[in-house]
Design a protein around this ligand. Structure first.
Ligand code: AGP
Length: 366
């Protein structure tokens, strides 16, 4: 059935490998040849998105990380200011809601207690409307929101969220393009083309599985790890660190690479592996100099890099090359090797990958 492990050793691995297929499903019927279909978000979406002068995004855990990526996208590709916050903080603040603000929740389950409470609280405030991006049709979050978009990831059994995250990112890119279109901004056909090409690129990246498994040996005995990223890849670093923490119980932290010398550089030595994602974007040169700072302190670097960026493997730097991708979609592609890395480290450590200690799949109590 849909929720059996089949040939895979764990649900998590199966769900990682399902990503090309579910990303395709998340796009199905929501694009025309050169643009997004705004009505995918419902009949009232066009009018609401046109009115949206800013967006507040609320979620927990991995879903919160998807929201952080969306901030970069909505600002850059739709010109709309965005605030992103974890639900447990938002619901107890006294948020000031400027006129014309759209409220967006992100959730795999649609039943996370804090996210649901945040939505109920938001309904007492001055928002123009609410949108739930969710994987479970008929869930509380979907029923109680004005609009919803299903992520179509299918059942996710592993406690560590994988395909739910990447399909949320697809939904959020569709939201970005829809808000831009509703506001009458020029279409962005290159991003549409890149979205259509993405499942095949993801498949290619999953082909790195063996190499990542080899790489994972360097982590099994470590107690700490540091993840670095810049721009929209800072949230991807956060997500990579969360995955490693959840299933391998290795303490991991993520930093925007530019913050390194403001503190965490003091932690770097040969016992602290540093993982970085280096897509080919305009922050690459900045990132490269941050990586030099790590090497100069004897740090062991593991870099997932665009094949064209010219970072080569040496004694203290292990590079795995990823295919070139439109920079808007790089956060999606670079998530995959980080998922595989944490998976293989956890398997080496012998933890319960699908059911890590102390955690529940969905947190339905506060
Ligand atoms: C991620 O791997 C988690 N186990 C967790 O952070 C999860 O993303 C969070 O609890 C939010 O759940 P939701 O998406 O179902 O609301």
């Amino acid at each position: 059935g849909a929720a059996s492990k089949g040939e895979y050793r764990h649900y998590m691995l199966k769900e990682i490998f399902e990503q090309p297929k579910v990303i395709e499903a998340a796009l199905e019927g929501r694009l025309s040849a050169s643009s997004v279909l705004v009505e995918s978000f419902g009949p009232e979406a066009q009018a609401l998105f046109q009115k949206a002068r800013q967006v507040h995004i609320i979620a927990c855990g991995t879903s919160y990380h998807a929201g952080l990526v969306a901030r970069y996208w909505l600002e850059r590709y739709a010109g709309v200011p965005v605030q992103v916050e974890v639900a447990s903080e938002y619901r107890y603040r006294h948020p000031v809601v400027p006129e014309g603000t759209l409220f967006v929740t992100l959730s795999q389950s649609g039943e996370t207690a804090d996210t649901l409470a945040a939505l109920r609280f938001a309904k007492t405030l001055n928002y123009v409307g609410s949108l739930a991006i969710c994987n479970v049709p008929g869930s509380s979050l979907v029923r109680e929101s004005d609009m919803s978009l299903m992520t179509r990831a299918g059942p996710e059994i592993g406690v560590a969220s994988t395909k739910a995250f990447t399909t949320q990112l697809i939904a959020l890119m569709l939201l970005t393009l829809s808000v831009s279109k509703a506001k009458g901004q020029p279409a962005q056909p290159e991003i549409i083309g890149a979205l259509q090409a993405l499942p095949a690129l993801c498949q290619q990246v999953l082909g790195l599985d063996r190499q990542i498994e080899v790489l994972s040996q360097a982590f099994a005995e470590k107690h700490h790890a540091l993840f670095l990223g810049r721009g929209a890849h800072y949230p991807i670093a956060l997500e990579g660190a969360l995955k490693l923490k959840e299933i391998s119980y290795i303490h991991a932290e993520a930093y925007p690479a530019g913050e390194l010398k403001h503190g965490p550089l003091a932690l770097v030595d040969s016992e602290m592996p540093v993982i970085s994602v280096a897509p080919n974007d305009d922050l690459l040169e900045k990132l490269k100099s941050n990586l030099q700072e790590v090497r100069a302190r004897g740090g062991q670097l593991f870099v997932f890099a665009d094949q064209k960026v010219g970072i080569n493997s040496q004694d203290d730097i292990h590079v795995l090359e990823l295919p070139n991708v439109h920079e808007a979609l790089a956060p999606l592609l670079y998530t995959l090797p980080l998922q595989l890395l944490s998976y293989h480290v956890a398997v080496l450590k012998g933890t319960d990958v699908d059911q890590p200690r102390n955690l529940a799949k969905s947190v339905t109590v506060e």
